[in-house]
Design a protein around this ligand. Structure first.
Ligand SMILES: [Zn+2]
Length: 179
């Protein structure tokens, strides 16, 4: 790992022996433990504890879940909010579990499109709801810092599963909730 950082400093034109950089490799590795903690957890485990409340089949929406992730193309942060909704079929899940699923998938190298679909597909598989919809809105430092996009540009991705796909009214209701 030491060589990795020596190479890195050399590639960017830094002096790897410089005093201020002495502890940087250790600090960076320490920060990775949190930034990439999603690899150590399986979101499916989180979704095992479900409950059922009568015959609940009304839409459940959790909006503006804050997330921070790293783009797998540039290893630079992208961050924003994820809003998700599902129409249960017997199985309900606690709010904190939904937040944890977002956390696990975002604390990995990602692209926003996959982050969005992985959350939707996992909820579909584990909760077997009538439908799931996920909308992610994020700012990408790789776009901003490299000057590819204007500063205020945000990328919006969505994943639509089950009932939401067929039923425009459900989609509209969800969009109304999260706007
Ligand atoms: Zn990128």
């Amino acid at each position: 790992m030491e060589n990795f950082f020596i190479d890195f400093f050399k590639i960017i034109g830094e002096d790897s022996q410089r005093e201020g950089l002495k502890n940087t490799p250790n600090r960076v590795i320490k920060s990775w433990e949190q930034l990439y903690s999603g690899y150590l957890k399986n979101p499916k485990d989180i979704l095992q504890t479900t409950f059922s409340e009568g015959s609940c089949d009304e839409m459940v929406v959790l909006k503006n879940i804050e997330f921070y992730s790293m783009c797998e193309h540039h290893i630079l942060p992208f961050f924003g909010t994820i809003s998700l909704g599902y129409i249960p079929d017997k199985k309900l899940i606690g709010i904190s579990k939904l937040v944890q699923v977002v956390e696990i998938f975002s604390r990995r190298l990602q692209i926003q499109e996959n982050l969005t679909t992985q959350i939707a597909d996992t909820l579909m598989e584990e909760l077997k709801p009538q439908g799931v919809m996920v909308v992610t809105e994020a700012t990408h430092l790789c776009m901003i810092m490299q000057g590819i996009e204007k500063k205020n540009a945000t990328l919006i991705t969505s994943a639509v599963r089950g009932t939401f796909k067929k039923d425009a009214r459900s989609r509209a209701e969800f969009m109304e909730h999260i706007k």
